[in-house]
Design a binder for this molecule. Structure first.
Ligand code: C5P
Length: 269
């Protein structure tokens, strides 16, 4: 009887903790697996053979692999296949910006390749984002649907860059404005600089994905990144995914570097 009562209490206790919001759980007691899944390794290579090497080396050590314009233009969908063959998942970073129908069709094609994340430029406008979102939501469901991200203002753009194309608003205002528009147009999230995370999180709420490059673990060189945060700081600020390339790729032991980044996130979160 006593042990039955104990079991009931244990089940109630367990259910209470399962009901706690994920964000709270992530911040307070993030597991190594949760931290690992936040890391997107930037496959900044131009040969298919190199993709296979990295995918084999880092599958299970990072959460996803980013295939960008250079690699995709050189190797095509085979680059995505090579990652998937080693059990990895793909963020297709092709930043589409075109007429709504063309972007929607391109997103459908990305979905057919089985990518988990794909992106477009929010400056393409609400109709372009809505058409893309509606197309993938109609065609795919559950985990088969790629999640769509919008790029707001490229971090390489300055106030002068915007002014030269006729945009007079401050960069920070544009970033938040485009993030809100992306959310209202059905996007799952945005790609943003670490320094923009807090403003976007408070404008777009807890369920909007924020993917951030410009992250440097404490053990790595800064390279050409300027406005950086450590992985733990970016996660604390509210990032869901961190895009990390050279701190892993250029490390003497890339697998160990990925593990150290996981350590930093778990310790700092
Ligand atoms: O090697 P590193 O960690 O700097 O690589 C970051 C990746 O994120 C690269 O693929 C780079 O092109 C991309 N990226 C970036 N900064 C941005 C946007 C994208 O570094 N603002």
């Amino acid at each position: 009887m006593l042990s039955r009562a104990r079991n009931v209490v244990a089940i109630m206790y367990q259910s209470y903790f399962n009901m706690l919001p994920t964000k709270g759980k992530e911040l307070n007691e993030m597991t190594r697996e949760e931290a690992r899944r936040k890391i997107i390794f930037a496959l900044d290579v131009d040969k298919l053979a190199d993709v296979a090497v990295w995918a084999e080396r880092l599958s299970g050590k990072v959460g996803m692999f980013k295939v960008g314009k250079e690699l995709f233009t050189t190797a095509g969908p085979a680059a995505v296949e090579a990652v998937k063959q080693h059990g990895g998942e793909v963020f297709l970073d092709l930043k589409y910006h075109d007429i709504p129908n063309t972007v929607a069709q391109a997103m459908l094609a990305a979905g057919q390749h089985g990518v988990k994340l794909a992106n477009l430029h929010a400056l393409g406008g609400a109709e372009m984002m809505e058409k893309a979102s509606q197309a993938v939501r109609k065609e795919f469901s559950g985990t088969a649907r790629p999640q769509l991200l919008a790029v707001t203002i490229l971090t390489s753009s300055t106030q002068e860059t915007l002014q030269a194309v006729g945009i007079d608003r401050p960069v920070e205002e544009m970033v938040v404005r485009l993030a809100r528009l992306a959310k209202a147009s059905g996007m799952d999230g945005v790609v943003a600089s670490p320094l923009e995370i807090e403003a976007i999180r408070s404008a777009c709420g807890p369920d909007f994905l924020i993917v951030t490059p410009g992250v440097r673990p404490s053990f790595a060189a800064v390279d050409d990144q300027k406005r950086i945060m450590t992985p733990a700081e970016a996660v604390k600020a509210g990032a869901d995914y961190l895009v990390i390339g050279r701190p892993i790729a250029k490390a003497a032991d890339p697998v160990q570097a990925a593990e150290l980044i996981v350590d930093e996130i778990v310790a700092g979160a």
